[in-house]
Design a protein around this ligand. Structure first.
Ligand code: AMP
Ligand code: MN
Ligand code: MN
Ligand code: MN
Length: 279
C-alpha cells in the first residue's frame, strides 16, 4: 500500500465563521491524520498565508481555497474553489464585493432583530468575527450567548431563516461569476455539500448541469456527517455528469461533536477524485 493520505478539502477558520485560527486548524488537522487540507473560508482568502506557514511547520499540504456564496434561482448555493492563486485580481475583486455585501446585509439583519426586540446584534455579532467577514454564524453565537436561543440548531430554526426574525434574503454572486473567478485564478470549482440544499432533485440536476456547462469541474461527494446512502447518490451524480469528486468535512468548530477534520464517509471507488488532476 502506498503512503497513507487523508484529504479534507472543505474547512473554516476565524478568517470566516470558524472558531479556530488558521494555525489551530492546521494543528488539529495534523493531529487527526489529515495530510492534505484545504482552507475554504466564506468569501475570503485572508487565512491562507497563516495556514500555509503552519502547514509547513506541521508537515502537511495546504490547498489554497475559498467558499463563494452564490444566489441561484432563489436558492443560496456554495461553490468551493480549490488550488487558487490568491493574488488573482478578478478573484479578489469579486470576493471584495461579496464582503461589502456582507456588511450591508449584517446591518439589515441587526435592524430586523432590533425590530423583533433584540438590540445590539451588530456589535454583538462583530465580537465573534474577524475584521473581514461577518456571517450568520456570528449572529447565531450572539443569540445563544444572550439566551435568545439554546444552541445553533435552535437559532437556525427560530431566527435568521425565511419567515423568522433577522432573515434577509441573500443577494450573492451569480453561478457564472463564482465559476469564472475561480477558473481565472487557476482553480477548480466544486459544488459544496450538494445534498444540503433544500431543492427538488430535478432542480439539483439543473444546478449541476448548468455548473458543468459553465466550466465547473467537481462536486463534493462526501461531506461531514453525511449519510453513506447520500454519499452514494452524490457519487452517481458525479459519474453521470462526468464531474470530479471532492470530499470535505465543512469543519467549523470543535464544539460541534458531529463533525471532525478528516472524518467523512469514504468515496466509492467508481468516482475520480479531484486531486488526481493535481501537480
Ligand atoms: P452566511 O453565509 O453568513 O449566510 O452563513 C451561512 C453559515 O451559517 C453556514 O456556513 C454555516 O456555518 C451556518 N449555518 C447555516 N445554517 C445552519 C444550521 N442549520 N446549523 C448550523 N449552522 C448553520
Ligand atoms: Mn459557515
Ligand atoms: Mn457552505
Ligand atoms: Mn463551508
Amino acid at each position: 500500500m502506498s503512503a497513507m493520505t487523508q484529504y479534507d478539502l472543505h474547512t473554516h477558520s476565524t478568517a470566516s465563521d470558524g472558531s479556530l485560527t488558521p494555525t489551530q486548524l492546521v494543528a488539529r488537522a495534523s493531529e487527526q491524520g489529515v495530510t492534505h487540507l484545504a482552507l475554504t473560508d466564506h468569501d475570503g482568502t485572508e487565512g491562507l498565508d497563516e495556514a500555509s506557514t503552519a502547514a509547513e511547520q506541521y508537515g502537511i499540504t495546504l490547498i489554497p481555497g475559498v467558499e463563494v456564496s452564490v444566489s441561484w434561482h432563489g436558492a443560496t448555493v456554495h461553490i468551493v474553489g480549490l488550488q487558487l492563486d490568491q493574488q488573482n485580481q478578478a478573484l479578489q475583486s469579486g470576493l471584495g464585493a461579496l464582503r461589502d455585501y456582507r456588511r450591508e446585509r449584517a446591518r439589515k439583519i441587526a435592524d430586523k432583530l432590533e425590530k423583533a426586540g433584540i438590540p445590539g446584534a451588530l456589535e454583538g455579532a462583530a465580537q465573534y468575527a474577524s475584521e473581514t467577514m461577518l456571517g450568520r454564524l456570528h449572529f447565531a453565537r450572539f443569540l445563544v450567548e444572550k439566551g435568545h436561543a439554546r444552541d445553533m440548531k435552535d437559532v437556525f430554526n427560530r431566527f435568521l431563516v425565511k419567515n423568522k426574525p433577522g432573515y434577509v434574503s441573500g443577494d450573492w454572486a451569480t453561478l457564472e461569476q463564482a465559476v469564472t473567478w475561480i477558473r481565472e485564478a487557476g482553480g477548480q470549482a466544486v459544488i459544496a455539500h450538494p445534498a444540503r440544499y433544500k431543492m427538488t432533485n430535478s432542480k439539483r440536476r439543473r444546478l449541476v448541469a448548468e455548473f458543468k456547462s459553465l466550466g465547473g469541474e467537481a462536486i463534493e461527494v462526501s461531506s461531514g456527517n453525511q449519510h453513506p446512502e447520500e454519499v452514494r447518490v452524490m457519487a452517481k451524480l458525479a459519474e453521470e455528469f462526468e464531474l470530479l469528486a471532492s470530499c470535505g468535512s465543512d469543519f467549523h468548530s470543535p464544539d460541534n461533536n458531529w463533525i471532525e477534520l478528516g472524518k467523512m464517509t469514504t468515496m466509492p471507488p467508481f468516482v475520480t477524485p479531484v486531486w488526481t488532476q493535481w501537480q
